[in-house]
Design a protein around this ligand. Structure first.
Ligand code: AVJ
Ligand code: FE
Length: 436
């Protein structure tokens, strides 16, 4: 019945918002006040900015836009407007101190709970199927990943702990799989909480190609390094070469050389780089250079999505590689359950019909493609989410990392960043055209 559907949707909204807030609370209570207000890198906001920004976006979209309420504290809106103040300038703003930021976010959430109790999820595109609530849960989870990036950048002792993923035997399946050419459905018009840049569904033609069964591992990447990959201009685009030379980049971010082995710093602990884990903290230029060294290339965004969604038996595009069911732990390493990617070959239950593994979770995967709108794109509900970022400056990342929550992850989800960015939880897999 309509009533039961409405109650099920209310439950889904509630659990998505609660899961996000529990994570926000963890990330902002596991360090002391000075670590919340400090800027750990000019690339990132102080943690306390993310916290109040989360509350402020929730207030603007749920209490004001959906609920028609007055602004609670109109004077703080501009402090937490990401476009008014670049990240590097945020620590010098008169930000709400940690306790006040916490109280503000909690007060907004309390009023949202009242609004949710009476919501019928109809009447406008913003409320239809709970879209605005889903958007806000995704927004909070995206900032939780941003805050986890800040934690990784932070110097000092360990503050976060999580169990490691299960070890798996070395992956012995085929190194690559052939994806048939022809059209497939890219993007979505059906997914109720999909964001504007994922829409609409449209037919996309791709030529047949091979794609790696698992993400590129640290071990494989170390072979590129050992063969002098960082010193050989042949593998790099001119921009990439200039970038690594200028910044003296010779290894992924957080790596250091110790005698005969590579170490890396990970959330306050230094460890030997595990060979079987997907490589992490490489920029687009490094991913692109590795692929050229390997005689391959990065997959285009369409190739990535076809590998992740296309079911050759039905010709249909699925929500996820494993089907249409929401992600469960056996499908993918998501949600900060672990503080690292799972070894290559993990999660056989999450593989695609063609046998491609770990497309969802573990590491964001750089693609060859610029971030561009799909045909028929319409900015919704605000241009500053996607539209202002379209163009050649940003490369698309797909699939989500171990730090992404299931609510903000699906076969159609699109992320983007500058090709120089390395602090994000990004790795890659490679591809090649069939004819080569
Ligand atoms: C989609 C991850 C690039 O963090 O800049 C958060 C998400 N947008 N608040 C970002 C976002 C507005 C966005 N990314
Ligand atoms: Fe934001």
């Amino acid at each position: 019945s309509a009533g039961a559907d409405r109650e099920a949707l209310r439950e889904r909204v509630l659990s998505s918002l609660t899961t996000a807030r529990d994570r926000t609370t963890l990330l902002t209570s596991c360090v002391e006040g000075p670590d919340l207000t400090a800027q750990h890198s000019p690339l990132m906001s102080p943690l306390v900015w993310d916290l109040a920004h989360i509350g402020n976006q929730e207030e603007q979209w749920l209490l004001r836009a959906v609920g028609g309420r007055e602004a609670m504290r109109p004077e703080i809106d501009s402090l937490y407007d990401a476009f008014e103040h670049p990240r590097a300038a945020r620590p010098s703003l008169p930000l709400l101190p940690p306790d006040e930021a916490r109280r503000y976010a909690a007060e907004v959430r309390g009023r949202v709970m009242d609004l949710l109790a009476g919501a019928d999820f109809r009447g406008s595109r913003l409320t239809e199927a709970g879209f605005a609530f889903g958007m806000i849960a995704q927004h909070e989870q995206q900032h939780d990943e941003t805050m986890l990036i800040t934690h990784q950048l932070r110097k000092g002792p360990q503050a976060l702990i999580a169990p490691d993923p299960e070890p798996v035997p070395p992956f012995t399946g085929p190194a690559e799989v052939l994806v048939p050419g022809g059209p497939f459905t890219m993007g979505t018009s059906a997914e109720p909480w999909s964001l504007d840049n994922e829409r609409p569904a449209h037919a996309r033609e791709v030529a047949p190609y091979w794609i790696d069964t698992v993400p590129v591992t640290n071990g494989a990447y170390q072979a590129f390094m050992a063969e002098g990959g960082y010193d050989d201009e042949r593998w790099w685009t001119p921009e990439g070469w200039a970038h690594v030379r200028q910044h003296g980049i010779t290894a992924p971010l957080y790596w250091s050389r110790d005698g005969g082995q590579w170490l890396r710093r990970r959330f306050g602990v230094t460890e030997v780089v595990p060979a079987d884990e997907p490589v992490l903290h490489v920029c687009w230029y490094e991913a692109d250079a590795y692929a050229r060294w390997a005689g391959r290339r990065l997959p285009t965004e369409a190739e990535w999505e076809k590998a992740a969604r296309f079911d050759p038996a039905t010709g249909r595009s699925r929500r996820y590689p494993w089907g249409d069911a929401d992600p469960a732990p056996e499908h993918a390493n998501l949600g900060q359950r672990h503080l690292r990617p799972a070894p290559a070959g993990s999660c056989p239950a999450g593989e695609s019909p063609l046998g491609v593994r770990q497309l969802i979770g573990d590491v964001w995967e750089w693609t060859a493609s610029d971030f561009l709108p799909y045909p028929g794109f319409e900015a919704f509900p605000y241009k500053e989410y996607s539209e202002v970022f379209f163009g050649p400056d940003h490369k698309v990342l797909r699939g989500g990392s171990f730090a992404v929550d299931a609510v903000a992850c699906r076969g159609t989800f699109r992320n983007w960043d500058y090709p120089v960015r390395r602090q994000i939880f990004a790795g890659f897999r490679t591809a090649r055209s069939e004819s080569v």
